[in-house]
Design a protein around this ligand. Structure first.
Ligand code: GLY
Length: 423
């Protein structure tokens, strides 16, 4: 099977490594890829947001399967174009990708499916803002109503900070979503979905705030770990039965069945799981940890999802133990990350060590030096017999990497190790 992976982050690097382990995958092409992915796959340039360009590339490289990593191409209909070219595609149609691309659509689907989620209101004009803020908070949850890679979210006790963020979004012409605050530890549950068949992967937890102890602004995610020792047995099944399967069924009923990876972001409150958000693709950085524990051939699972045969495919098998990923971010991330700094100590293409380095915002300079090229620069993935061992592996590997001005969280998975997460 010839597989084309679309995207350029550490999530796509993790997908490429897991696909490379599948003996049925005979060729791996990534577009546009990055400097790390280029060590494991043939890398081709592409405008990932252009449906025509991706479909043309898929034909040119004779892909049997196209795997689309990021949400933007999915929302723009790239998967539709690939399927129209007669090539199997892992990723939802534009109509189904609205579950992430349109918060109003997601709320409507959840209401119809009877799924618990935050109460919300869309604010379109500054004139409505103050009265709407008075109906929420504290705590205020202010979101960009479009795609914002996690960085459009402000969760704050401070009404003025909430107002400033909402006013800034409105000034940029973005409608604002105000939501009631959902309490409880967060879970990211990724499910392979083909129409109404739902197959969950291991549950993970992201760390969205930039600083240790969940301080500072929200980011795209600073680290994640899996599995979750504090999550009760049976909870994954409960989430599938109460949340993901009803949403998949409702989308099929509306004529926009979901095919691909449906990511449920949940808050585990006293009344049970409630949806914070749905995403239409693998999450970043959780994927880097989840796929590190996957024992099954990934190509087989993704091809079965893409071709509507998931119900007949073997269930995913997992290695025992735990995995964590720690994101090394550039100076000033998430505001205005500095790029162009030289990275040393990251150039190790080995994939069977207890810790590996996945590339996100990196590029190779003309003189061969590896330099930073984005906000989240690297994902260091550690595995071990338990979360403590996985943390040691990841942070030991991270200590050998140098990037001027960079920062990372030192507490990924720590609250779980110390038993500080309570439901
Ligand atoms: N981990 C957050 C996201 O992928 O959106």
């Amino acid at each position: 099977m010839r597989v084309l992976v679309i995207g350029s982050g550490a999530r796509e690097h993790a997908l490429v490594l897991a696909l490379r382990r599948d003996p049925a995958v005979s060729a791996l092409i990534a577009a546009p890829g990055n400097a790390g992915i280029a060590q494991h796959a043939q890398v081709r340039p592409v405008d990932a947001g252009s449906a025509e360009a991706v479909a043309a590339l898929a034909r040119e490289v004779a892909a049997d399967l196209v795997v689309i990593g990021p949400e933007v191409p999915l929302v723009l209909g790239v998967a539709d174009a690939v399927r129209a070219a007669g090539i199997a595609c892992f990723g939802p149609s534009a109509a189904a990708a609205r579950i992430e691309g349109s918060k109003a659509f997601a709320k409507d689907v959840m209401a119809a499916a009877g799924v618990r989620t935050a109460h919300s209101e869309v604010v379109d004009t500054p004139a409505e803002l103050d009265a709407a803020l008075d109906r929420f908070g504290p705590t205020w949850v202010v979101k960009d109503d479009g795609l914002a890679a996690g960085k459009g979210v402000v969760v704050t006790q401070d009404r003025l900070a909430a107002r400033d963020h909402a006013a800034e979004l409105l000034e940029q012409g973005h409608p604002v979503l105000l939501e009631s605050f959902l309490d409880g530890p967060e879970v990211s549950l990724f499910c392979l979905v083909d129409g109404e068949t739902v197959v969950p992967l291991l549950p993970a937890q992201d760390h969205k705030r930039v600083g240790d102890g969940d301080t500072g602004p929200n980011t795209g995610g600073m680290g994640a770990y899996t599995p979750l020792p504090w999550l009760p047995d049976g909870m994954v099944t409960q989430i599938v039965d109460e949340v993901v399967a009803p949403v998949a069924a409702e989308m099929a009923r509306r004529g926009c069945p979901f095919s691909g990876l449906l990511y449920a972001g949940l808050a585990m409150g006293a009344a049970g799981p409630a949806v914070v958000e749905f995403n239409c693709r693998f999450g970043d950085p959780e994927t880097q940890a989840v796929l590190a524990l996957l024992d099954s051939p990934l190509g087989e699972l993704l091809f079965a999802t893409a071709t509507g045969t998931l119900a007949e495919a073997p269930k995913p098998r997992w290695h025992s133990g735990a995995a964590i990923t720690v994101v090394l971010a550039a100076e000033n991330y998430p505001a205005r990350p500095r790029t162009g700094d030289v990275i040393t100590g990251a150039n190790d293409a080995s994939t069977d060590a207890a810790a590996i380095v996945l590339h996100a915002g990196t590029s190779q300079r003309a003189d061969g030096a590896l330099v930073s090229a984005g906000g989240r620069v690297l994902s260091i993935v550690g595995t071990g017999v338990d979360l403590t061992a996985a943390r040691v592996a990841a942070y030991d590997r991270l200590a050998g990497i140098k990037l001027p001005g960079s920062h990372y969280r030192s507490d990924i998975g720590l609250a779980a190790v110390e038993g500080r997460i309570e439901l």
